[in-house]
Each structure stands twice: as C-alpha cells, then as structure tokens.
Design a protein around this ligand. Structure first.
Ligand SMILES: [Zn+2]
Length: 408
C-alpha cells in the first residue's frame, strides 16, 4: 500500500527538532512549496522537494490540486462524550445569567451528568460519532478525550469505554472523575475525593492514559487536586489539569510542583505562575473558545507565555457548556485576534506541540519520515487562511494512518 502526495501549494511539514517548539521556533513551519510525501503502510516514508522524490509506477498518487497539505490538527483538550446539550442554558446566559449562577442552580456540568448517566454506552458512542465528523470537517485527526460526565464508578467506566470506541479519529483517553461534585456528594467534597481516589481510580486507570482535575477554589482546591493527581501518578497515569480558569487559585503552581504534562486554561494565571510553569517544563494548553463562549474578555497571556519560553498548545475544549466548538480553525482565529498569536504560532501549537503534550510527539503532529500518515488537504492555498477566514470548515480530505477517512 503505497501513496504519494503531490501538487500542494504548501506542504506544511512542521519538521524540526524532536521536542516541543518554543519562542521563535513556533513560527517555523518547514513549508515545502513544491514538495512530495511518500507513504507506505500508513506511515510516512519520505518527505522532500518533488524533484528528489522518486515515485514507483505502482504507487497511488494523490494530487492536492494547488491546496495546503498539512499534518492533521491534534486537539489536546476535549470533552466529546456526553448526552444532550445545553442550548437552554446558552439562551439563559444570553439573557444575562452567569455560568456560576446556572451551576449553583443545578445546571452546568451537573445537568449534563444527569443526562449522561441516563444514557447507554451505545447512545453515547453514537452522539460522539456525530461530533467526530465535525472534528474531521475542521481538519482534526487526533483528540484527547476526557471522561467526567459520569462521576460514579459505573458511569465513568462507561464514558472511558465509549472514548475507546471513538473512530476514525484517534482518541487519547483522560480520566476526569474530579470534574465536579455529583449531586449525591453535595456538601461532602472530602468524601467524594476519597471516593475518586479509593474507588474510581483503581478501576479507571487501566482505561486511561492521563488523569485531569478541575482545580478551582470552589470546586477542587489545590490540596484536594494534589491528592487526586498524586494517586493517579502512582497508578501510572500522566497528569493534566484545569487550572486558574475562573480565578487565580494556585492551579498552575500545583501543575508546576507536580511536573504535570499540561496546565490548561490559565486565564487568571499571573507572571509568577508562568515562570513556575517554565521552570518545570509544563506545557500550557490555552482554550480561547471557552473564554469567547462564556462572554469573558479575559484571555490567557499567550504572548507572555511564549516570551517565557513555554511550549504553548491551543485546543478547543469542545464540551456542551463552556466551549461548544469542535473547530480548530476557529481557535486559530481567536488565538490571532484575542491573544495576538500569529497563524504559524497557533498552527505549531495545535499540531506538533499538542502531540508532545499527549506523549505522541514521535508519532504525530508533523509530516516526517517514520510518523503516522495523518494529514489533511485544506481548501486553501496559504496556511494563513486557516486562521484568517472564520466560520468555515476548511478541510477537504482527511487521511488517518494513510487512509482516506473523510472527504467533502
Ligand atoms: Zn475542559
């Protein structure tokens, strides 16, 4: 099974050092303007100038027709398995209610938990497959996928099994039992944390690669987040954290203390927190879709993070409440207009850096020999158009493991 990709206006290879990109490296996309890529058995065999690539007669040729060919987006923060949606709360927020008011009245995450508990695994997989198509239409070929709408042993395991059935995009499973305190544990946060650590984690860990905690002073404060994450690490899981989204509660400092893979959100992190993340080598995952959809003006300090040498990631935070978008191009647009990241910086942040944040930097995130042939032909001639146009779905064809998995 041999493929050759030719005829792209830009072959955006993102080739470079075998580590996440920082500083000025974020702008180096290693673009070939008359490039070709050879693929054998789902892996990239060779990438280079067209004139240097010999194509055998038995190779199937894919002509990109003067369009951008790029590594598939890697969305390093999503919540794609849930039942129902929260269009009703969206309407209430448009009428002036805040996210916190809705949550205090039993809405928010807890309302999705009630619906998700009532749904069977097959129904959840079928709902998620609709969203997977949306990811593909926007050029995403790998997602990180969190549980966290079950919050009981059986329901969290049901979500992790559903995540395991996501296809054809690759899904990296994250256990998020400490997402919210479920109704039956209201007012008994410590007891719920004990339950997560003692009862859920031992059963969930074999189905997950990472553990995440919603670390906020009024949900899971630092001391409790630390306990959950330390227990997860002892069970072999990598660590990710929702940190400093609603207030500066020390979440980023905890991520640095624990040497987590990522600290996500960081809207309220200060310069001391950014410096701590830099010293610890924690990757920030910035989620401007959640800032936008909540109607906030407070975006994370992307420029300060890049200046501090952090290997920035951007992601959608796709979820039914605070960020109902699967569109990485929309995130690139917000990164440019609200966080002053250039299109090249946010493309690096949503491909190669995102791949490293998931421990997959040697497998995906760039078009280099030996990696999985996960690539997208976008319906544009210049990579900057991916961030510039908004409200469109630019992908024309998505290949995963060298196989055409979606096309317009
Ligand atoms: Zn999230």
């Amino acid at each position: 099974m041999k493929l050759a990709v030719v005829g792209g206006s830009e072959l955006v290879t993102l080739a470079g050092p075998a580590r996440p990109r920082t500083g000025a490296e974020l702008r180096e996309l290693a673009i070939l303007r008359d490039g070709a890529m050879l693929i054998r058995d789902g892996r990239i065999e060779k990438v280079g100038p067209r004139a240097e690539i010999a194509i055998d007669l038995d190779t199937e040729i894919i002509d990109a027709g003067g369009r951008v060919v790029m590594a598939g987006f890697v969305d390093a923060h999503t919540h794609p398995v849930f039942a129902g949606n929260r269009a009703d709360e969206f309407e209430k927020r448009a009428e002036g209610a805040t996210y916190q008011e809705i949550a205090a009245a039993g809405g928010g995450i807890r309302s999705t938990v009630r619906k998700t508990r009532a749904a069977g695994e097959d129904a959840l997989v079928s709902a998620a497959s609709r969203y997977v198509t949306w990811f593909l239409r926007n050029g995403t070929t790998t997602i990180e996928a969190k549980s966290g709408y079950g919050l009981s042993i059986d329901d969290e395991l049901k979500l992790l099994r559903a995540i395991g059935r996501i296809a054809p995009v690759h899904a990296v499973p994250t256990f998020l039992g400490a997402h919210e305190i479920p109704d039956e544990f209201r007012g008994r946060r410590e007891a719920y944390v004990d339950f997560v650590i003692g009862e859920m984690l031992p059963r969930a860990a074999p189905l997950a690669k990472f553990c995440d905690v919603f670390c906020e002073p009024r949900v899971f404060p630092v001391a409790e987040a630390r306990r959950v994450l330390q227990a997860a690490r002892e069970r072999g899981l990598g660590l990710r954290m929702h940190a400093d989204q609603l207030e500066n509660g020390g979440g980023a400092l905890l991520a640095a203390e624990l040497g987590a893979a990522t600290a996500d959100h960081l809207e309220h992190s200060d310069s001391a927190a950014i410096a701590a993340l830099a010293r610890a080598g924690v990757q920030p995952v910035l989620l401007p879709g959640a800032v936008y959809a909540l109607g906030s003006k407070r975006y994370p300090e992307a420029r300060a993070m890049i200046a501090a040498g952090l290997a920035v990631v951007v992601a959608t935070d796709f979820n039914p409440g605070s960020s109902p978008t699967p569109s990485m191009p929309m995130i690139l647009s917000l990164a440019a207009t609200q966080m002053k990241m250039t299109p090249a910086e946010s493309i690096s942040a949503s491909t190669i850096n995102a791949a490293y944040s998931l421990g997959l930097g040697n497998e995906i995130g760039s078009l280099e020999a030996g990696k999985r042939a996960d690539f997208v032909i976008h319906d544009c001639a210049d990579h900057r158009e991916l961030a510039y146009f908004f409200g469109v779905e630019p992908a024309r064809a998505c290949y995963i493991d060298g196989q055409l998995r979606w096309s317009r």
